[in-house]
Ligand binder design. Sequence first.
Ligand SMILES: NC(=O)c1ccc[n+]([C@@H]2O[C@H](COP(=O)([O-])OP(=O)(O)OC[C@H]3O[C@@H](n4cnc5c(N)ncnc54)[C@H](O)[C@@H]3O)[C@@H](O)[C@H]2O)c1
Length: 357
Amino acid sequence: MEVFEQMKEHGHEQVMFLQEEKTDLKAIIAIHNTVLGPGLGGCRMWDYDNEDEALNDVLRLSKGMTYKAGISGEDFGGGKTVIWGDPETHRTEGLFRALGRYINSLGGRYSTGTDVGTMPEDFVLMRKETPYVGALPKEYGGGGDSSVPTSYGAFMGIKASCKYLYGDEDLSGKKVAIQGLGKVGYKLAKQLKESGAELVGADVVEENIERAKELDMEIVEPDDIYDVDCDIFSPNALGAIINDDTIDRFKCDIICGAANNVLAEKRHSKELEERDILYAPDYVVNAGGLILVCDEMEPNGYSEERTLKKTEGIYDKLLKVYEIAEKEGITTDKAADRLVEERIETVGTIGTILQNN
Ligand SMILES: NC(=O)c1ccc[n+]([C@@H]2O[C@H](COP(=O)([O-])OP(=O)(O)OC[C@H]3O[C@@H](n4cnc5c(N)ncnc54)[C@H](O)[C@@H]3O)[C@@H](O)[C@H]2O)c1
């Protein structure tokens, strides 16, 4: 499909292809929707097989950011950058500063930060060329480790899901299977443990498994985590883990975690519903990191207290999503999409109210 056709299909406003010979920069910036505010979204670096793959990724991810910012109540739209290159060999000062110059030329229509393949220090370099970067280390006025609010948001999501399904948010005695014990998964596990939950976990990195064992967690083989008989399954590793091969294996009441794009296809949310599994839409649950970056852009600077307070709002937001889904007889991910689309529609129309200034 041609680029314009793809943009039209998903409602993208702008796509920029960037090329800079000396630094070997090849990147695409996509801005999906700026009705709620400037585009915001991380910068991914990946050694794509071809141009189409890079384009598909940036279009899909930038659209996802519109929904994540929209549901979080933030005044930002969706955007994303992909750099086509190997993060092991291509992460140079020149490349990130060149990209920073391009981003600066957008005059604030889009801001970026870390994602797969990029590191906070890359954005410290980029900041020399543009103020439109976030997710900076604390010593540069940023919020630091985004997995702190992200894991807190996932914890809130699990509590809200229990409140909705069992009528009580109490986690004591609840069995939670955690896939991925990395930055988010481990911090989430700690909070669950402190709340009295029983934990089962899986990871592929020995170091992370050893650290998790200190929480008195039962460890299973990576592929066995899908078969654990539990109350809550929490995906915190990979995308597309709810798919045709796994869907009949889940033995849980709730799926709620921080991993992005966990549904292999949209239809899998309906299939979970048919199996009486409550699905907490991923982009509602994992918005803590985005909330942190948005807070860095507050006029008075970053506040950790405010970030965690806003992240706590994921609890009520999720309850609202569940109520809409129940009332309207739609899946939970459709209910979340609807909330965002209504917000964009409403806030979009207030632009028609004339002001004196
Ligand atoms: N860090 C954030 O602020 C943030 C924000 C939003 C969404 N997310 C999403 O949350 C997820 C976790 O992020 P993170 O920052 O903790 O990343 P991370 O890389 O620190 O942790 C991921 C963990 O998953 C493990 N893993 C990989 N393959 C696995 C498998 N097959 N089975 C079990 N474990 C496996 C890895 O070894 C690693 O420990 C990712 O999907 C990420 O996109 C993170």
